[in-house]
Design a protein around this ligand. Structure first.
Ligand SMILES: Nc1ncnc2c1ncn2[C@@H]1O[C@H](COP(=O)(O)OP(=O)(O)O)[C@@H](O)[C@H]1O
Ligand SMILES: [Mg+2]
Length: 660
């Protein structure tokens, strides 16, 4: 057994996945085959072509063997006539056979035999008179058949290989669709590296393994079977001795394959860990350099890399052992075969032409067997990857539409929290028995120390998470009974760490909605105080923002995110420190512009700046997941409670800066 790697975060991942994956590979094969069956036509063509290939090879051996046998037959004289020569002229044997067929067929039709055996013998005589020419003909046939089987092979590989490639792309599409339905919880518990690795590395491995497997598994067994039939028809006993090697060989190969799968599985997990680390590095490079964490991260990478090295080494070891072991077992078997065939020839049970055919047939079986031996390792590799892909395909979203979900009507009266509690991990309570309602059109500010649960509260409204206890109502509908689409359509959210996507400004604002006109976009940009800087960008609305909008400043990103929310024209607007990265002047400007926009809309605004909070209709003060105070700015100041203290410490500074 492998010692379980000691690691910080991925350990649980590791154990969990190992436990789950003890299941046999058969289920995975069956599922992969189901995906492949979508491309039935291609598979059928590939199998048909495999038959053509196998048939050409079989015919090749038989025709070569027969030609050699008939033409190269030497009369039964030896240099001293003391040795008893029992070898019969093979042509006579064949003539007997032909005669038998001739009579029985003609008996069936009630006609006299047409003496095909004589025709045959005359043909043999002619060939024997021109031995070289006869051989030449045989060789021409071989070349022709090789050409045919070569063409067939090209198309066979093309059709079978493409099925493998298509299946892997299909899997990646399905996986993407399924990932998209997952709740936030999924993305928080899976590192981005793991997700990315499954899409890149694992899909690639599935593709490579499947393409190879489909090409070889659909072809080599047919070839092997044909050779076997040829060999058996010539000498079943000799063949039996020849194929004695197959069971031990099969056993050895299966064991090696399992070993490969185990190592691959582990190395895949390491690859995913490394991908996470790389992702963290590229995203956090500023902090890494600023806090001189390079050495620390380098060490982490080295540790993970050395584990990866160990797993890969094992895989390579098993892989390299496969062919030599196969060869050795085959040769041991083959020597028994040679002894036995010698015995058969010496005792006149076998002539040289037959021996040649059996030799050729069995020697050619070696090729499919060897190919299948390596393809097994490759299949095992792709099974290890496919398991990881299927794991993601099987994920059920923990937040989805209830069975008879209704369409949520536009908000008419209020959003109401009734005894709402929430916890991320089931242990630490983040929101504790919240009871309040927000009237339609009301502008509510949410304040409280950091970690008090403000962001969490806001995320419950679009059902990014579901409440653990209690209910959130839109008018009188429990939001869990409404469709996610109709709920989220009414809500726009802007968060502090604004997310933009690579692509144009326009795409980021409209989310691909082509009904939105440029005028509407301009309007929203004006309101969000973003018009000027967008106009200054080289291509205006068509300028690319770079990955995560990296090419913009934090403030610019927030302004675009605001414009995006405005464009959505929502019933409910949730602003979670949405203006925290703005200079006070821009914020003031946006405040004024938003005042108009917010009329008639319901909004929850989390902010630290006093000016923003002061303008709210009502202020909720959250502490440790509980609402401890609520009221207007003046009321709360009079109470001289927590809000008053926050005001003293925090807001006043901000207020003063704003005023300066
Ligand atoms: N995704 C998460 N998983 C687990 N705990 C979380 C998560 N997000 C926030 N928390 C915890 O929930 C509490 C409230 O966080 P949050 O709602 O972000 O507070 P606020 O926005 O008021 O600063 C904090 O103690 C924080 O550690
Ligand atoms: Mg927050």
């Amino acid at each position: 057994m492998e010692p379980i790697p000691v690691n910080t975060e991925p350990v649980s991942d590791f154990l969990q996945s190992e436990g789950q994956k003890r299941s046999s590979g058969w289920k995975v094969y069956a599922r992969l085959i189901r995906y492949a069956l979508v491309y039935k036509a291609r598979l059928v063509i590939a199998i048909a072509l495999s038959l053509v290939i196998a048939f050409s090879f079989g015919t090749m051996i038989v025709s070569l063997g027969t030609a050699v046998k008939l033409t190269l037959y030497q009369p039964s004289e030896t240099h001293n006539r003391t040795i008893f020569q029992a070898e019969e002229d093979p042509a006579i044997k064949y003539a007997h056979e032909i005669r038998k067929w001739d009579t029985s067929i003609h008996q069936w039709f009630n006609t006299p035999p047409s003496e095909w055996d004589k025709v045959f013998l005359r043909f043999v005589d002619k060939m024997r008179a021109h031995k070289l020419f006869a051989l030449f003909i045989a060789i021409v046939i071989v070349i022709l058949l090789t050409f045919i089987s070569g063409c067939a092979r090209f198309f066979q590989e093309y059709f079978a290989g493409s099925v493998g490639a298509f299946v892997s792309v299909d899997l990646s599409q399905k996986m993407y669709q399924n990932i998209m339905t997952q709740s936030l919880g999924f993305f928080e518990s899976h590192s981005s590296g793991d997700v990315v690795a499954r899409f890149s590395n694992d899909i690639f491995m599935v593709n490579r393994g499947l393409s190879n497997a489909f090409i070889k598994v659909l072809r080599e067994p047919f070839k092997a079977l044909t050779f076997l039939i040829v060999a058996i028809s010539v000498d079943p006993w000799l063949t039996l001795v020849g194929i004695c090697v197959l069971p031990p060989l099969g056993y050895a190969l299966i064991q090696l394959g399992l070993y490969v799968r185990k190592s691959v599985r582990r190395s895949l997990m390491k690859v995913a860990d490394l991908a996470s680390l790389i992702n963290e590095t590229t995203r956090g490079i500023l902090i890494i350099k600023g806090f001189q964490m390079e050495e620390f991260l380098k060490q982490r990478y080295d540790i993970e890399a050395s584990r990866l090295r160990r797993f890969l080494r094992k895989m390579v070891k098993a892989d390299s052992a496969t062919e030599p072991i196969t060869e050795f077992i085959l040769v041991v078997g083959f020597s028994g075969f040679i002894l036995f065939s010698g015995y058969r020839v010496i005792t006149y049970r076998l002539d040289m032409g037959d021996l040649l055919q059996v030799y050729l047939a069995l020697a050619m079986i070696l090729d499919p067997v060897r190919k299948l031996s390596t393809v097994n390792n490759m299949i095992q590799t792709s099974v290890a990857s496919a398991e990881r892909v299927f794991e993601y395909l099987d994920l059920k979203p923990d937040i989805q539409d209830a069975p008879h979900a209704v369409l949520l009507e536009p908000l008419k009266r209020e959003i109401r929290f009734e005894s709402v509690s929430f916890s991320y991990d089931g242990k630490k309570i983040v929101l504790d028995n919240l009871n309040f309602s927000i009237q339609r059109g009301e502008r509510v500010a949410l304040v409280g120390p950091s970690g008090s649960g403000k962001t969490t509260l806001v995320k419950l409204i679009p059902r990014f998470y579901d409440v653990k206890e209690g209910t959130i109502y839109f008018d009188n509908t429990d939001i869990r009974k409404a469709t996610l689409e109709s709920l989220r359509k009414q809500i726009a959210i802007v968060t502090q760490d604004t997310i933009l996507f690579s692509g144009s400004v326009r795409d980021n604002l409209t989310g691909g909605n082509t009904h939105i006109t440029d005028e509407q976009i301009e309007q929203a940009l004006t309101m969000a105080h973003a018009k000027e800087f967008v106009a200054q960008m080289p291509k205006g609305l068509d300028s690319n923002l770079g990955e995560f909008g990296q090419l913009l400043s934090g403030g610019q990103r927030q302004r675009l995110a605001l414009a995006r929310a405005i464009l959505k024209n929502p019933e409910v607007l949730l602003l979670d420190e949405a203006t925290s990265n703005l200079d006070s002047e821009s914020e003031k400007y946006i405040q004024e512009a938003l005042t108009n926009f917010l009329k008639g809309r319901t909004s929850i605004i989390i902010a630290h700046r006093l000016s923003t909070v002061m303008n709210a209709d009502r202020i909720l003060v959250l502490d440790c997941g509980r609402i401890i105070e609520q009221g207007s700015h003046e009321q709360l100041l009079k109470q001289q409670g927590v809000y008053y203290q926050l005001y003293q410490h925090q807001f006043r500074n901000a207020y003063e800066t704003t005023e300066n």
